[in-house]
Write a protein of this length. Structure first.
Length: 198
């Protein structure tokens, strides 16, 4: 497949990060399907071994399932079915040693698709970033980088806004319904809204 000339690695004569998409001939092949699923070979991949790196977002401190595609090393564009991973571990917040996950038995294939899922507890998700590493015989190593997010904007959409009928001030409360997160106070001399973080 031709490389994407916009890729600086390819322009410098190095290994391209990913093949061009879509195909110039308009044909859709297994590699295109992998790209559509967000699966890209690592730059450091070598023939017969390889690795898959993916990045996803999940809500911090909330239990969730993480989908993990297992790609065959003998047919890199195909998914590997029927696996029992030899090693499932995670690293939190970019520091510390790899820690064996207590949820290895929850690593389960979805049907016979080569897509697997891992169940993470709220405690395991109580970090800013997690990296999950999965290895299994006959499959490329997988590293899933999980950004755990809980932004003020997300909280504002879910939280309660209360307006004082006398002063006109609007107070946005946190999840507990008691702690103010943000207060909008009208300015007496004009119609502007003054925003003051509580």
């Amino acid at each position: 497949m031709p490389v994407d000339t916009r890729d600086k690695r390819a322009a410098a004569g190095g290994t391209p990060l990913y093949p061009s998409y879509p195909q110039p001939d308009g044909a859709i092949d297994a590699s295109d399907r992998s790209q559509a699923a967000g699966v890209y070979p690592s730059e450091e991949s070598t023939a017969g071994t390889g690795s898959v790196i993916m990045e996803i977002r999940r809500t911090k401190n909330t239990a969730c399932y993480v989908p993990i595609p297992m790609v065959s090393t003998s047919a890199p564009a195909g998914f590997k079915t029927g696996l029992s991973p030899a090693d499932t571990a995670y690293c939190k917040d970019g520091s510390g040693p790899w820690t064996a996950l207590a949820i290895a038995d929850a690593f389960a294939e979805i049907g016979a698709t080569g897509m697997y899922e891992i169940a993470l507890t709220a405690a395991e998700m109580n970090h800013d970033q997690l990296i999950i590493k999965v290895t299994a015989p006959g499959a490329a190593d997988v590293m899933a980088v999980i950004d755990c997010v809980k932004s003020l904007a997300e909280k504002m959409l879910a939280n309660k806004a209360v307006q004082d009928k006398l002063t006109g001030a609007i107070v946005y409360y946190d999840d507990d319904g008691v702690t103010p997160v943000l207060t909008h106070s009208p300015v007496e001399t004009c119609s502007e809204i003054e925003r003051a973080v509580s």
